[in-house]
Write a protein that binds this ligand. Structure first.
Ligand code: 7PM
Length: 297
């Protein structure tokens, strides 16, 4: 069988199958214990729009928000620029550095690892040098120099799938078999990261809910999430407040908490090790109940 044919064979795993997966995620100076599901708290480090139409970017506000999420029980804090939003225009590197670096500096001695949501090798290098412990890249380290930017460090990396680019990805997402295609892409990126010198214990994969996917694509990926865990690295799932949840419930982003919790719980039930969430306290509570039932203690 050719490697391609072998990869395209569907992976079917019963609920009880033991999957050899690192029980820890190496993440800079941290070793994250994956024996319970972890919550990655989302912190936007982007300019806020005000009613006068002006923009005001406050690193202090991002730092305060991050500290609140840590108090709520965030296991990782993800610092995100605006570049990944559907329909968003790219942010110049100097602008992204000016947003992110002051926040990394202020939070670097907190008790949880800092993740930087970026696609730019320069931002990765500078953030890692300032104490970030994880790189969360919606392009799965696809930019020239991105693999090299993380390889020499001990940071964790999240390799995410996206079809197209943020500005246009939601226009008309098309797949022949969304689960197979996303799994093949992530498998190839795990291999590429390995060849670049990133140890498996540092790698997380993410199907990229909402990134060039319709509601039906997102639901199909969620249904089959366990097949991603079969890649042998932890799976991260980000459903929090996403537009698919709006389409399923008819609710605006600020009213999607219950739907976000439901999706996070299904993701964990289907093998996710980390969920990315805005509402950390509520997500932790839901996962505590799941964990108690799972462990029967
Ligand atoms: C609008 C749509 C605004 C989507 C913001 C978003 C993910 C991510 C984002 C994810 C990983 C958000 C997203 N989503 N990184 N960055 N996985 N790894 O909800 O699902 O913040 S941006």
């Amino acid at each position: 069988m050719t490697p391609a044919a072998r990869e395209s064979k569907p992976v079917i795993l019963p609920r009880s199958t033991f999957i050899l997966m690192p029980a820890i995620l190496r993440c800079g100076r941290f070793s994250l214990d994956l024996s319970r599901p972890l919550v990655m708290g989302v912190v936007n480090v982007t300019p806020d729009s005000f009613s006068d139409g002006g923009k005001f970017s406050s690193p202090e506000a991002a730092v305060a928000h991050a500290r609140r999420l840590i108090e709520e029980g965030a296991d990782i804090v993800d610092l995100g620029g605006e570049s990944s939003r559907p329909g968003a225009a790219p942010v110049p590197v100097e602008e992204e550095l000016a947003r992110i670096l002051p926040v990394v500096r202020a939070l670097r001695d907190e008790r949880v690892p800092l993740s930087v949501d970026t696609t730019k090798p320069e931002v990765m290098r500078r953030a890692l040098a300032e104490g970030a412990a994880m790189v969360n890249d919606i392009t799965a380290l696809g930019a020239p120099g991105a693999l090299e930017a993380v390889a020499g460090s001990d940071c964790a990396v999240c390799l995410m799938h996206m079809q197209g680019e943020p500005r246009t990805m939601q226009a008309r997402p098309v797949y022949d078999d969304v689960v197979r295609e996303v799994r093949q892409f992530l498998s190839a990126r795990v291999t590429a990261a390995g060849h670049a010198g990133v140890a498996r214990e540092r790698i997380v994969v993410d199907p990229g809910f909402g990134f060039g996917k319709t509601v039906d694509h997102n639901l199909e990926l969620l249904r089959h999430l366990r097949e991603f865990a079969a890649l042998g690295v932890p799976v991260l799932a980000g459903w929090s407040r996403k537009s698919s949840l709006g389409q399923l419930t008819g609710r605006p982003a600020q009213d999607r908490l219950a739907a976000s919790i439901a999706a996070a719980l299904i993701a964990v039930q289907n093998g996710a090790s980390i969920v990315r969430a805005h509402d950390v306290a509520a997500t932790r509570d839901a996962l505590a109940v799941w964990q108690a039932v799972e462990k029967r203690n």
